[in-house]
Design a protein around this ligand. Structure first.
Ligand code: PLZ
Length: 444
């Protein structure tokens, strides 16, 4: 296997003829409900470059939605997963166990916040991890209600659709949804009516008031929040909000769950985004970046909470698959060896400086936010009205794609352009990708 040259190169229009041919086949065979941001078919993925079937090389500012943080074919991931494949592909941990699963759980205990006794359970997808966090919290508290937040995203299964805030495209027509799920305000500083400075404490007071008045704290099993809200628009809850919610949860015997599926594993410049305000969650859900692209997810938390589910109560055929566990160990090894937390912080300072310069020129950039290599710009019609500008986000994304830079949009109003480069991307590529974004602004 040769490494993919780390340079952007366009040899055809995007998507090229071979991609278009495959796309035509795909439309005949793959259900319409499964979309793609950019119908460019991948040949190889490495470092900061995706090479397509036509020989184009695109700069990757998406990492498969924050997954391939160590790159799409990281040496340690490939080495460990390949060795594991040759030994055995599967036994089912519930039938006969293997060391890799235990090793991943030990690593999670070491890396997640807090020095209390911790245990983990492994699953296949982020949504499955969140579902299991709810099961565990309900078993522990013997309560039913689950509190989630405006703009939150937790998955596409039935329970996690209920937990997810946004109707289109995630929920529309797919109900009825699971009961005993309640949504409360989040501290969205940029759009808080009395201003970002007041937002943290005010939003926390509103959320807590709604919980106590509408649900009753004593009925709440879990409060689940993304420490940086991902799909909802890379919203960093205003300072003070998360600590206030955690304190309320602790005071009322509610399990506090940090959903770090998108924000975890070095993405924000720390192992987990909740460390930023010194938060120690009772349970933490992880997936995406954990295993360098192999499907793995986990729930990790206080041993007494994790052990509340009866023996045999948690599991699944593939959960903690040995190849995925090997990938996770390779991914974690790479993160430590290359100090990818430091790398994420470098990406943040470079990106924010460049984006701030663009904001001076283009006033439709209403807000620049995020941490580490989880950075976004919120686009508005004008800075005074803050009217969401999803058309600009779509046009900018399209222009970037045509020039060979993979960017994604997000946000409840579809007006956020987000950047999730692999943490191993070179500085040259990062700057070049930003050049393309800047040029795209000139055309929109
Ligand atoms: N929790 C915080 O970000 C997945 C999915 C996008 P799965 N986000 C990207 C889409 O359109 O499907 C996610 C997340 C947070 C849970 C999940 C769900 O993780 O592995 O997709 O199930």
């Amino acid at each position: 296997m040769t490494a993919v040259p780390q340079e952007r190169k366009l040899v055809t229009a995007i998507p090229g003829p071979k991609s278009q041919e495959l796309q035509a086949r795909r439309l005949g065979a793959v259900a319409r409900g499964v979309g793609s941001v950019l119908p460019v078919f991948t040949k190889r993925l490495d470092g900061g470059i995706l090479e397509d079937v036509d020989g184009n090389r695109l700069i990757d500012f998406g990492s498969g939605i924050a997954v391939t943080s160590v790159g799409g074919s990281a040496e340690a991931v490939v080495r460990r997963a390949t060795a594991q494949l040759a030994d055995f592909t599967h036994t089912c941990f519930m039938v006969t166990p293997y060391e890799g699963y235990v090793e991943v759980c030990e690593a999670l205990a070491e890396l997640t916040p807090g020095d209390h006794a911790k245990k983990s359970a492994l699953f296949n997808s982020g949504a499955e991890a969140v579902e299991n966090a709810v099961k565990i919290a309900r078993a522990y508290t013997k309560r039913q209600a689950v509190v989630v937040f405006d703009h939150g995203y937790h998955g596409r299964t039935n329970l996690t659709m209920a937990l997810t805030a946004k109707n289109m495209p995630y929920k529309h027509g797919f109900g009825p949804f699971a009961p005993e799920v309640y949504r409360v305000p989040v501290a969205y500083g940029y759009r808080w009516p009395t201003g970002a400075e007041n937002c943290g404490p005010e939003a926390a007071a509103q959320a807590i008031d709604q919980i106590t008045k509408q649900i009753g704290a004593e009925n709440v099993a879990a409060i689940i929040i993304e420490p940086v809200l991902g799909e909802g628009g890379f919203i960093e809850p205003a300072k003070g909000f998360l600590p206030a919610i955690v304190e309320f949860a602790n005071d009322n015997g509610i399990v506090f769950v940090a959903d770090e599926i998108q924000s975890g594993f070095c993405r924000t410049g720390q192992w987990f985004a909740c460390e930023d305000e010194g938060i120690v969650p009772d349970l933490i859900t992880t997936a995406k970046g954990i295993a360098g692209g192999l499907p793995l997810a986990a729930v990790t938390g206080r041993a007494e909470i994790m052990d509340a589910a009866h023996a045999g109560g948690l599991g699944g055929t593939y959960g903690g698959n040995p190849v995925a566990c090997a990938g996770a160990l390779g991914s974690i090894e790479t993160m430590k060896e290359l100090d990818l937390n430091a790398k994420a912080k470098e990406i943040e300072s470079l990106m924010k400086a460049r984006l701030s310069a663009m904001q001076e020129k283009y006033e439709i950039i209403g807000d620049i936010r995020g941490r580490g290599a989880m950075i976004a710009i919120e686009l508005v019609k004008d800075p005074a009205s803050k009217t969401p500008n999803p058309e600009a986000a779509a046009a900018l994304a399209k222009a970037c794609h045509a020039e060979g830079v993979i960017v994604l949009t997000c946000g409840t109003y579809g007006n956020v352009l987000r950047f999730l480069p692999p943490l191993v991307i070179g500085e040259d590529l990062l700057n070049e990708g930003l050049d393309v974004i800047e040029a795209a602004f000139a055309t929109v």
